[in-house]
Design a binder for this molecule. Structure first.
Ligand SMILES: Nc1nc(=O)c2c([nH]1)NC[C@@H]1CN(c3ccc(C(=O)N[C@@H](CCC(=O)O)C(=O)O)cc3)C=[N+]21
Length: 300
């Protein structure tokens, strides 16, 4: 519970991701000592500056922990067949442990057909239908298939700040595959034991749900959607959404989350955005690749 005038403790994704990367670097060193070099591939299509920045960040992260990088960069004019050929190359490439297809793909692409073409054992994003199916079917740890990076990052961020969701009411905002839907499935596993309400744009009276939340996972992509007056004091808030807005002062584009400024005065814990779930998402992509390399090693 936050006393009047106090401000929420920070769920520090940046520092937590740095700690995780240091652990991953040690696991990568052990793999390399056994002659295994984990490699992350990326498929990037088109000129979207945001996507280019994200992919560049992923390759920087790889270099930091000793994971090799493989890039498939395709022009905006690439066809469906061109993208599928890039996927086929990475599926066949022995140096590529796991890879991602950067989303969103340009308009007109059949995204699902491309994601289904990814070898499920190389699916570093955990978004292949087989792995989403495993997420439904495998109801307990240890992790034996890649999990979607953002949900895994949120669970890790909570755990490393000593926070448990067992018996808690978690209200999720947003039903996207990468965050909302997947985290509902994870949180209701027996080892996490949360009760989940999954809300979306069709939800009537969102505030009535938010008022009963012990934990809020805001992944709607709507700036300011989560307001202090709708929350129970002491709530734990994860600000996941990413929107680009023009700064009213400078007019320059700025990234903002779903959480309104006053929430820090009501919540007991709050993940900043930037500096919260984003860095954790990137760290979990690396973790998925290292997990895959270790699984492959134990199978030879
Ligand atoms: N196949 C695929 N996999 C993804 O995981 C994926 C994707 N496509 N498409 C786009 C979204 C978005 N996403 C982010 C990851 C890290 C930050 C991140 O680290 N953000 C920094 C701020 C970065 C900045 O300021 O530009 C932070 O929150 O501190 C943000 C967003 C992964 N995505």
């Amino acid at each position: 519970m936050t006393a009047a005038g106090e401000t929420a403790q920070v769920l520090d994704g940046k520092a937590t991701a740095a700690a995780i990367k240091a652990e991953l670097a040690q696991r990568v060193a052990a793999l390399r000592a056994d002659g295994v070099v984990p490699g992350l591939g990326t498929v990037l299509v088109g000129d979207d500056p945001g996507s280019h920045a994200y992919v560049a960040g992923k390759h920087r992260d790889c270099a930091e922990v000793g994971i090799a990088s493989i890039r498939e960069d395709l022009p905006a004019t690439a066809s469906q067949a061109d993208v599928e050929a890039a996927v086929d190359r990475l599926n066949a490439d022995g140096a590529c442990t796991g890879y991602i297809v950067q989303l969103p793909l340009p308009a007109g692409m059949d995204t699902n057909a491309i994601l289904e073409r990814v070898d499920p054992d190389k699916d570093a994003d955990g978004l292949h239908p087989t792995n989403l199916g495993r997420l439904v079917l495998r109801v307990s740890e240890p992790v034996t298939s890649p999990l979607p990076c953002t949900p895994r990052g949120i669970l890790e961020l909570l755990a490393r700040h000593g926070l448990s969701v067992a018996g808690k009411h978690v209200v999720v905002l947003g039903r996207g595959t990468t965050v909302g839907r997947s985290i509902g499935l994870l949180l209701t596993r027996r080892e996490h034991n949360a009760t989940v309400t999954l809300t979306h744009t069709g939800t009537r009276d969102l505030a009535s749900h938010l008022r009963t939340a012990d934990v809020v996972v805001a992944a709607a992509g709507v700036p300011g959607l989560v307001r202090a007056e709708d929350l129970k004091p002491g709530v734990v808030v994860l600000d996941v959404g990413v929107s680009r807005v023009a700064d009213p002062g400078t007019g320059k584009a700025r990234l903002v989350g779903d959480v309104a400024p006053g929430v820090a005065q009501v919540a007991s814990w709050l993940s900043p955005n930037p500096g919260g779930v984003g860095p954790m998402t990137r760290a979990m992509l690396l973790a998925n690749v290292v997990d895959m390399a270790e699984r492959a090693r134990s199978q030879v």
